[in-house]
Write a protein that binds this ligand. Structure first.
Ligand SMILES: Cc1cc2nc3c(=O)[nH]c(=O)nc-3n(C[C@H](O)[C@H](O)[C@H](O)COP(=O)(O)OP(=O)(O)OC[C@H]3O[C@@H](n4cnc5c(N)ncnc54)[C@H](O)[C@@H]3O)c2cc1C
Length: 325
């Protein structure tokens, strides 16, 4: 329990719960242990978050460009466990403030199996892909339509594929696919890519990536095999004033992501994309509840920023322990 008695605190014990063990949550946990907080992390899947869905952890200062994202996650996880933080493999259903704050701590964390209280909570649940709303999307999901090039790309080695989207994720995954597929058609709805300039430059240097700007995807088409399986054969789109169809073995969709935080903390102020509003200290509108990384509104979607958010939140928490009340 946090005993707030002002500066010169006698027993500055802090129980911190972190929800989500992506780069943001793990970095927060590492720093929380440096500050001596009793730290519990809840992760519903495996630690690492999006690191487990992408090949390289690009643009992380000091790391080589070909650093495997999974290696970054594994190293960080070991550091966190060695530091004495407790990692629980459990899904959190709800985080809420207790009003008036009780002696057990002002935050309630409800999981699938129990309810626990904490002095503070950092929500680091990240985000999820948005559906593209393309006709045929549900029909072909897992039958040629994929949302993860790293996971499914190797199934289409040597074939022609398309990527739908124009942001960082779409370009990053198109680059990955260009190394294993014959031709990658990049269908971008707007007139230019919104990805980082460095990614755009890399993309332009790949001979087997064809870019289509102002492409409006109209639908996915396929057939049923003799074995009764539905398979994707082509993507139809409007481009340059005409209806076009491209033969592809797979379509990879990256058209944006939406936050998961608002669904587990519905009482907190959030944006229309389900991400929590925070101030510069990562404080949300809930008492002693923070949001970091892709869980917060307007994130810069980079590992280094997610890591930094976690550190900012923990430092603020530490400062609050010594604030005059
Ligand atoms: C395809 C792709 C490629 C990318 N490549 C790069 C790159 O090369 N370089 C770079 O800097 N950035 C890259 N990014 C951006 C980067 O992935 C994000 O900025 C970063 O993952 C955000 O970290 P996070 O910890 O906030 O969220 P996440 O990585 O999403 O982690 C959130 C964690 O919370 C867990 N969780 C969710 N809900 C619950 C719940 N209710 N209870 C318990 N646990 C829960 C999830 O399982 C997950 O482990 C990429 C993003 C994508 C989509």
């Amino acid at each position: 329990m946090l005993t707030q008695t002002g500066r010169g605190l006698q027993n500055p014990h802090m129980h911190l719960v972190i929800v989500g063990a992506g780069i943001a949550g793990l970095s927060a946990a590492l720093y929380a242990r440096l500050y001596g907080f009793e730290t519990t992390i809840y992760e519903e899947l495996a630690p690492g978050g999006r690191c487990l869905e992408t090949v390289h952890a690009k643009y992380f200062p000091g790391l080589p460009a070909d650093e495997k994202a999974v290696t970054l996650a594994e190293r960080l996880e070991s550091q966190v466990l060695d530091s004495g933080a407790v990692l629980r493999n459990e899904r959190v259903l709800q985080v809420s403030s207790r009003e008036p704050a009780s002696a057990d701590g002002p935050v309630t964390i409800r999981t699938e199996s129990d309810e626990t209280f904490a002095d503070a909570c950092i929500i680091a649940v990240g985000d999820e892909r948005k559906p593209a709303g393309i006709p045929g999307e549900e029909e072909f999901a897992g039958r040629g339509l994929s949302y993860c090039a790293t996971c499914d790309g190797p199934l289409f080695r040597g074939r022609d594929v398309c990527v739908i989207g124009g942001g960082d994720s779409a370009c990053d995954e198109a680059l990955f696919l260009s190394e294993i597929c014959s031709t990658v058609h990049l269908l971008c709805r707007s007139e230019e890519l919104t990805a980082l300039p460095a990614l755009r430059t890399e993309l332009s240097g790949r001979d087997n990536i064809r870019q289509y700007f102002g492409a409006q995807v109209r639908g996915l088409e396929g057939t049923i095999t003799d074995m009764g399986f539905r398979v994707l054969q082509s993507v139809r789109f409007r481009w340059g004033g005409t209806e076009t169809s491209l033969a592809v073995a797979a379509a990879f969709v990256f058209v944006g992501r939406r936050g998961l935080a608002a669904s587990i903390a519905p009482e907190l102020d959030a944006d229309a994309d389900g991400r929590l509003h925070t101030d510069r200290h990562m404080r949300t509108s809930g008492t002693m509840i923070y949001a970091v990384g892709s869980a917060r509104s307007n994130p810069i979607p980079q590992f280094v920023v997610a890591a930094a958010d976690g550190v900012v939140a923990v430092k603020d928490l530490y400062d609050r322990m010594y604030e005059d009340t």
